[in-house]
Design a protein around this ligand. Structure first.
Ligand code: NDP
Length: 337
């Protein structure tokens, strides 16, 4: 069993030395336990938070512990009445080949799901995050302008496409022309602006002639600075993630913009609300699964993955995720099915 453990905590961006590959033997499952072979490992921005020991909504990974992560795998051996060898399962095995799980950590996916890895993306945690944050906090109405960054990732792409289903004008923000073209041509966004362009703020304003009614916040930083002056009265801001700052070691330099932010929230009566998907909305997972399942099977929501082969490549792929090197949902294929 190969497993990536946290070797040291990063200062700023994670580097290869923060991870260590170890090997141990595969254990036998005990009573009511299941041995699962990992086939797909999800890599997600929140994992950067788990590498730090600052107080957060979940405890950190300790030094020497296996890196956490959502996984899809196949049952190899089982002493649990609900799981049988050959079953596909969604679990939380982390960055390793095999895991001994108790049944509570596993959700059955049947014996031959059509796209097993999609349960790590559009049909899983990121899709659920997009769905609840947009619909419950963003409350989009037909004709309103919705803006979302990290627009081609699993959260942003789902947010924008659900926004189109609800009748919004959808403006994406992404890194680079290729991602922007994809958002318009394949995801059906009305426009998508490259946040690396020197005239980014002006181009965003041009793409939102009626202002912004819902801004689904995934990135923060310079993107938020460009969004702030465009808010309409009564705008809603689901505060989902701030990935541009996950590797920051200090507050950004420059003038203090907190009074500008608070003044804008006050005068325009804007509602900004943070949420943590499973903690706030775990009880609504079935509603999401039903509705998103329909949209995906009807072709109303499209999904793009970037599959990287080999568990050995997980740290490099993860480091790239925080720099926008991924194009679509980043998944490691740990083993062939
Ligand atoms: P993505 O696959 O979209 O990956 C992150 C993307 O962020 C990168 O590809 C890059 O896209 C963009 N990015 C990185 N740095 C910057 C920057 N400096 N400025 C602008 N964009 C940047 O990730 P997910 O779809 O999985 O997650 C999106 C967000 O949702 C994250 O912030 C994540 O933490 C959050 N999240 C929150 C949850 C919650 O419960 N609150 C649950 C799940 C996710 P590009 O190249 O297009 O800029």
């Amino acid at each position: 069993n190969r497993r990536w453990v946290l070797a040291s905590r990063p200062h700023g961006a994670p580097v290869a030395d923060n991870f260590r590959l170890e090997e141990d033997t595969v254990a036998e499952p005990g009573e009511n336990q299941v041995l699962v072979r990992t086939v797909y490992l999800s890599l997600d921005p929140y994992m950067r938070g788990r590498m730090s020991d600052e107080p957060s909504y979940s405890p950190p990974v300790e030094i020497g512990e296996v890196m956490v992560g959502g996984t899809v795998g196949v049952v190899e051996a089982s002493n649990h009445p609900d799981f049988h060898p050959g079953d596909w399962v969604l679990g939380y095995s982390g960055w390793q080949d095999y895991c001994i799980c108790d049944g509570k950590q596993l959700s059955p996916l049947g014996d031959s799901p059509e796209h097993p890895s999609w349960f790590l993306g559009v049909l899983g945690m990121p899709g659920f995050t997009a769905y609840m944050g947009l619909l419950d906090i963003g409350a989009p109405k037909a004709g309103e302008t919705l803006v979302v960054a990290a627009a081609t990732g699993p959260v942003g792409a789902s947010v924008g496409q659900i926004g189109k289903i609800k009748g919004c004008r959808v403006v994406g923000i992404a890194g680079g022309e290729e991602k922007c073209r994809y958002a318009v041509e394949h995801l059906g966004f009305d426009a998508c602006i490259d946040h690396r362009a020197p005239d980014f703020a002006a181009r965003l304003a041009e793409a939102c002639p009626q202002g912004i009614d819902v801004y689904y916040e995934n990135v923060g930083g310079k993107v938020f600075d460009a969004v702030l002056p465009l808010f309409n009265t009564g705008a809603r801001v689901p505060l989902c993630g701030l990935v541009s700052g996950y590797n920051a070691t200090d507050l950004p330099p420059g003038p203090d913009r907190l009074p500008l932010l608070m003044g804008t929230l006050l005068k325009k009566r804007i509602r900004m609300q943070g949420f943590i998907i499973n903690q706030d909305y775990g009880h609504r997972i079935e509603e999401f699964q039903r509705e998103m399942g329909h949209w995906v099977s009807e072709g109303k929501v499209h999904y793009r993955e970037q599959i990287v082969d080999g568990l050995e490549n997980a740290p490099e792929a993860f480091i790239g995720l925080l720099e926008g090197k991924n194009f679509g949902k980043l998944v490691i294929r740990v083993a062939s099915d």
